[in-house]
Design a protein. Sequence first.
Length: 357
Amino acid sequence: MSVLRFRGPVLPDGEVRDLCVVDGAVTYEKVASADLVAVGWIVPGLVDAHCHIGLGSEGAVPEDVQEQQALTDRDAGALLLRDAGSAADTRWIHDREDLPRLIRAGRHIARSKRYIRNYGHEIEPEQLADYVAREAEGSDGWVKLVGDWIEREAGDLTPLWPREALDAAMAAAHERGARVTAHVFGEESLPDLIESGIDCLEHGTGLSLPLIDTMAANGVALVPTVVQLDNFPKYAASGGSKFPAYAAHMMDLWERRRETIGAAYEAGVQIYAGTDAGGVLAHGLVADEVIELETYGLSRADALGAASWRAREWLGHSGTLEEGSEADFVVYDADPLDDLAILKSPRHIVLRGRLVS
């Protein structure tokens, strides 16, 4: 295999360097036989920390569709994916060197008749710890709960789990070395989720300042999926005639979404980029997510880091392109820290030391 060489500023520090790829790893030592591939801005591989490989609007999709989903993310520069719940068994992707690195959270865990049909396990609270243990043992170190969903009798979002069930579930996951995250739109379920020891929240639009402070103190991460939040008006409209309280609630959450997520950022909550692709949204939207995060108050460097070096480290991979680190990176013709829109146009993509796009 030929040795690849790239030259340019290496983010996040921006030092201009000659970066070579040898046996799938980064080196800054001179290699006489290295072929210069490109000069440009070199960014550690992008991360989509909330997507759904293997999931479509009706549930699981076949392997050829899973493959296309993964390829679409890869070609957008997302080389590390945290799959935040899928009805499909996507373990086969681990064996494909041309597909992104995948961290699977197993299948969503929800209450009976309280989530999207065909998506997750639908169980009762007394079963939660057992199902969390099962998913923890079969996943790649993450478990995904559904924290709240619309309840027909209430006509609005309500919590799915009592505190005692959550306490047992967190213990079951953590004893097995897994982390737990939860879908949560509204306010009511948040105190129990956070106080029970959850590791991450998805969406988080119902957060209040006291809960944000607790999140920051406890090291609970937030993946707000800001591109997905723009669908709240559509969700409100679809349920408005039957559930007016739900519709009004979703619109209220949407209208104050920037204030809420911005407050979490200002308080020091670690925020990471996730598109919520799969099911509703298309794959390949990681650049859109980063661009939108900046509009929520994140600095440009923090918005990009949320989808690159910071997110990679959070998920247990090489955060920066140090000597000997895994050669997963994207090369751009201009500096994305000058204009995040450049992320939409990757010039070269290197995954596991191979030039894949």
